[in-house]
Design a protein around this ligand. Structure first.
Ligand code: FES
Length: 228
């Protein structure tokens, strides 16, 4: 039988050898190429994860931090109870005080204070309404019909319930107590409306939220209250 290779010319044999070399793939080289690819993919994912953690942890901490941070507070003496007389339909007196003993301008607060009952030990003897508008936080002013906000026209009645404009809830109230014949104000709390008709009234809650954040309804769950 004739040798088919031996019958070919030297050029043809060289071409055959070159072709075989080109078609040959070193298994170890192929394995090394896949490993590099996997390594680079893994490294990219890992680096991306680290960057995500680096950005995400501070962001989440900034968003949720206030929900876990309490606030120091104090009872502040705002004067003898005789400074206020029981009056029907209004009768608020603006009182400016500093919320903490060594507080500066940033700790200054304004409450509109009204006496509703002669018995000063009655829990509802005094009402101390915050002057912070529940739309965006402008200072409200007392009017003959309640309170008015100069910023966007928010209106409240004498109980602090919103009657017109963009505010979403009644004005906050300070907790009060009477000791040794003096009236004290403490923490400020959100309020809500209870009842209907003649029984409708604004009541203080045990929670606090920023202006614009609801305290009732489904949306209130989107704004967790910080601890007091
Ligand atoms: S801040 Fe009071 S109505 Fe907008």
């Amino acid at each position: 039988m004739a040798d088919s290779v031996g019958s070919r010319t030297p050029e043809a044999r060289r071409d055959t050898v070159r072709g075989a070399a080109a078609a040959y793939t070193d298994p170890s080289s192929a394995h090394g190429s896949v490993s590099r690819g996997r390594f680079l993919t893994g490294a990219t994912i890992g680096l991306g994860g680290l960057i995500g953690l680096g950005l995400g942890v501070p962001t989440v901490g900034f968003a949720l931090g206030p929900a876990f941070r309490g606030e120091e507070w104090y009872w502040v003496d705002i004067g003898p109870v005789e400074n206020w007389k029981v009056e029907e339909g209004g009768g608020y007196t603006p009182v400016t005080f500093t919320r903490t003993p060594d507080g500066g301008d940033l700790e200054r607060r304004v409450a509109f204070v009204k006496r509703q009952k002669e018995d000063v030990q009655d829990p509802e003897a005094f009402v101390a309404v915050s002057n912070i508008c529940m739309h965006l936080g402008c200072p409200v002013q007392a009017t003959a019909r309640g309170f008015a906000c100069p910023c966007h026209g928010g209106q409240y009645d004498t109980a602090g319930e919103r009657t017109a404009g963009p505010p979403i809830r009644p004005l906050n109230r300070f907790e009060t107590k009477v000791e040794n014949g003096h009236l004290f104000v403490g923490r400020v709390f959100a309020t809500k409306v209870e009842g209907s008709g003649d029984n409708r009234r604004v009541v203080i809650t045990d929670t606090w939220k920023d202006p614009g954040q609801p305290v009732q309804g489904l949306l209130s769950f989107l704004y967790p209250a910080p601890p007091r």
